[in-house]
Design a protein around this ligand. Structure first.
Ligand code: SF4
Length: 321
């Protein structure tokens, strides 16, 4: 991120804080709901068939988001690798997002399809535990994902070949962050995923979420006591030097559900429709069981607490610059 962009972002954030505006700053743009997996915790795969969501429509919707105030954009799905761009690519979407003015552009993918991440700032790839547990939750996909991560085309034009390097040294790579949703099936595997994030050269960090119990997936939800235990484990591993991309200061607010919901600084663009916070805001009562760490983090930042902002800088500063 360039310094001028950073100052624009800081200025905009402080204007939201000072004038208590409800302006969104972050958006997720769903490019497709098509997905090649059928994960146990997900009710949104193949939800809408948006095969006709064209490059031009997405560009128009990006402009709408920018006009609303959004400056940080994440392309998501479904599986974004299945977006039918009619000759256009995800890389072109990232370039178009930058031209529109977004200062930070991220991608969320299940990692099973290799595609060019372009110069995305942040790439979230789902891994939900050890191979055995991950495959039980998401279907057999762990080995494929790891192989794609290891062979990702690096920004500098190099290709990392783990077998030949024989080293665990970190090399310049896009900000690949593992995304783990903690639920009843994998709650004991936080340490394993932290280890993977530390040991794989192409992975920068791990970011956790708790399962948000959408209709039909309530059996996977954690109790408050279990969430507290998981938070202790996350803090312990973070203090031991494992690369955890979650703000420790916000964990207690997430567990006690003590933050503003739905979060006003987040929106989702879903086939031309703007939804506040996340698509789960459509399901009555779900916000009280919100498991999204980043939602609690953003909501708490805009409550205006200095320690939360310092923690945000400490936690995410290394990925922003
Ligand atoms: S559960 Fe509610 S607060 Fe949490 S991400 Fe979804 S809409 Fe936002």
């Amino acid at each position: 991120m360039k310094k001028t962009e950073l100052f624009r972002l800081i200025f905009q954030s402080f204007s939201i804080l000072l004038f208590k505006k409800d302006t969104p700053l972050f958006a997720t743009l769903i490019v497709t709901d098509r997905c090649n997996l059928s994960c146990r915790h997900c009710t949104l795969h193949n939800y809408h068939e948006k095969s006709k969501y064209t490059f031009e429509q997405i560009c128009e919707d990006m402009k709408k988001l920018y006009k609303m105030g959004v400056r940080i954009l994440c392309f998501s799905g479904g599986e974004i690798g299945l977006w039918n761009g009619n000759g256009h690519t995800i890389k072109e979407l990232i370039e178009a997002a930058r031209k529109t003015g977004f200062v930070y552009v991220a991608l969320a993918t299940n990692g099973t399809i290799a595609f060019d991440y372009g110069d995305a700032d942040f790439i979230l790839i789902s891994i939900d535990g050890t191979k055995k547990t991950h495959d039980a939750i998401r279907g057999e996909s762990y080995n494929k994902i790891l192989s794609n991560i290891r062979n990702v085309n690096l920004q500098k034009g190099n290709r990392l070949n783990i077998k030949n390097t024989g080293t665990r040294k970190k090399v310049p790579a896009p900000n690949i962050v593992i995304f783990m949703e903690i639920n009843q099936l994998n709650k004991k595997e936080i340490h394993s995923v932290c280890r993977l994030a530390k040991e794989e050269p192409n992975i920068k960090a791990v970011s956790f979420n708790f399962h948000t119990p959408f209709h039909g997936t309530r059996a996977l939800a954690l109790s408050k006591k279990e969430k507290v235990q998981c938070c202790r484990e996350i803090i312990k591993r973070s203090n031991q030097g494992y690369p955890v991309a979650n703000m420790k200061s916000c964990l207690r607010y997430l567990v006690s559900s003590d933050f503003k919901k739905p979060c006003r600084q987040l929106v989702v663009m879903d086939a031309g429709e703007v939804i506040l916070c996340n698509r789960c805001s459509r399901e009555e009562g779900l916000c009280d069981q919100c498991g999204y760490f980043e939602t609690a983090e953003i909501a708490m930042m805009f409550r205006g607490k200095l320690n939360i902002w310092l923690d945000a800088l400490r936690t995410y500063g290394k990925y922003l610059f």
